[in-house]
Design a protein around this ligand. Structure first.
Ligand code: S3P
Length: 201
């Protein structure tokens, strides 16, 4: 085993302990890899993986495009708030949220309370390449999906930046990004050596 893999295994154990009942919540734009990274991360950590969009589809007994089409976006957003709240009650787990979930202040507050948030940040060209593979995102059914993504980046990146951690979702293998995520989480949860001693202020 390489040194870094050994270090990562120690990180995994500490991380599981430090997490308690909190969830690791992945946020970021469509195509950032929240579900594929999240699934692998959960496997690495021995935690359940939950995909918020899948849970919304189950609750509505409709696909996301069908929900948008039949009931409109506000109805979807209201369901999203409820479903994410319900999922957050049953940590520890890895939760992949849909790209718009973290934009809701109520959801952000709940995530802050019950989880550690991690923004998977990606460049526009990486996102574009990935979203082209699937045609099931209602917001991107537009003449110029790249312009939509660019606008969403401008609107959302300042809010995603409120997440506890940020990891760049680069064009490396998923496994490499997962190791970056584990390292970021491990350094976040590890108490600094002098924490808990006296407060100099
Ligand atoms: C959305 C992202 C989608 C899905 C819905 C709306 C958004 O999830 O929730 O189509 O507002 O960014 P993914 O980010 O998993 O694609």
């Amino acid at each position: 085993m390489s040194m870094s893999a050994a270090a990562a295994d120690i990180d995994v154990k500490r991380l599981r302990e430090a997490l308690g009942s909190r969830s690791i919540v992945l946020v970021g734009l469509m195509g950032a890899g929240k579900s594929s990274i999240g699934r692998r991360l959960a496997h690495r950590l021995g935690l359940p993986f939950v995909d918020a969009d899948t849970e919304i589809e189950k609750a509505a007994d409709l696909t996301i495009p069908e929900i948008f089409e039949k009931h409109g976006e506000p109805y979807f957003r209201a369901g999203e708030v409820r479903v994410v709240a319900r999922i957050l009650d049953s940590g520890p787990q890895v939760l992949a949220t849909g790209g718009g979930a973290y934009m809701n202040p109520e959801t952000r507050a709940r995530i802050r309370e019950r989880g550690i948030s991690l923004w998977l940040k990606a460049e526009l060209d990486v996102l574009m390449k990935r979203v082209k593979r699937r045609g099931d995102r209602p917001l991107l059914k537009a003449d110029d999906p790249q312009a939509v993504l660019k606008r969403l980046m401008d609107e959302r990146y300042p809010v995603y930046a409120e997440a506890d951690l940020t990891v760049v979702s680069r064009e490396a293998s998923h496994d490499e990004v997962v190791e970056d995520v584990i390292a970021a989480l491990a350094s976040h949860v590890r108490p600094s050596p002098d924490r808990g001693s006296h407060d100099p202020s």
